[in-house]
Design a protein around this ligand. Sequence first.
Ligand code: GLN
Length: 304
Amino acid sequence: MDYQSILEDIAHAVQPEFGKGRVADYIPALARVSPAKFGMAIETLHGESFLWGDAEEPFSIQSISKVFTLTMAFALEREGLWQRVGLEPSGNPFNSLVQLEYEKGIPRNPFINAGALVVADVLLNHYPGPNTAVLEFVRKLAGAPEIRFDLEVMRSEQETGYRNAALAYFMKSLGNIHNPVEKVLGLYFHQCALAMSCRQLARAFLFFANHGALPATGERILALSQSKRLNAIMLTCGFYDEAGEFAFRVGLPGKSGVGGGIVAIIPNELAIAVWSPELNEHGNSRAGILALELFTTMTGMSIF
Ligand code: GLN
C-alpha cells in the first residue's frame, strides 16, 4: 500500500474544510493556535513511518490523554474500575453536567470529562507523583523522552476550567472522588496539556494495534483482553456524541481532543494520527475526521 501518496491525496482533498470550524477558544491558550496547521502521521507494525505537513510539531493533545490515563488505571484496578465509571456512549457533550446528576455521580464512560476525572482520582491513589508517572508512561509508549507538558495550556485551563471543577465537586459530593478535588483537577489539567506531535501519538497508540504489547520491545502494556476492551471503548465513546457518526464514516477505534488531534488504529496494521485545530460543534477536528474517512475509503481498511 502506498501510504505516502494516499496522505498526499488526502491533504488535497481536505482543503475545502479549512475556515469552516473554530479552534477551541474556550481554553484561552488554545485560541491562539493557528487554524491552518495540518499534519498526518502513520506508524505501522512493520516499523515504517509516513508523515505529512506538520506531523512532527507538538500540539495540545487534550482528551486524547484520557486513553493514556485509562490504560494506566485499567492495568492497575482491572475490572473493579467499572464500579466507578460506566461503559456506555454518552450521547451528550463531553462536559455535560446534566447526565451526571441523573446517573448519581457515576460517569457514563471514561472519555467524557467526568469519567476522566474519576480515572485521575484512581491514579492519585496509586502514585505519589502522578503527573510524572503519566509523563513517563507516555514517553515510554511513544519512545520519545522529549515529550513535555505545555504549562501555559495547563495554567490556562486551571484558571478557566470552572465546568471541570463543577463536575469534580459534584462527584465528590456523591462519594465518587476520593482525593481532594484540587489534586484531581491538577492531574487532569496536566494530562490534557501534554504536547505531542502526530508522529509521537501514532507511535504511542501502536500497542493497541498489537494486542496490548509495545511493538518495539514486546513489553506488555495491557493484557490481550484489556487491549480489546480499550479498543471497544474508543470505538463506542472516543468521539462523544459523534461516536456513532465516526464509526459510520471512518470505522476505526480512535480518540479525539479539542486541540484538534485524532488518533485511530487498525488492528494488526498501524496507527494513524491527524492534527487540524478547527473543530466542529462536537469538539472534534473537522478536517481530521474527513482525513480519516478518506483514509479508510481509499485503503479499503476498516474493522468492519
Ligand atoms: N481539557 C479539555 C476540557 O476539559 C478536554 C476536552 C476535550 O479534549 N474534549 O474541556
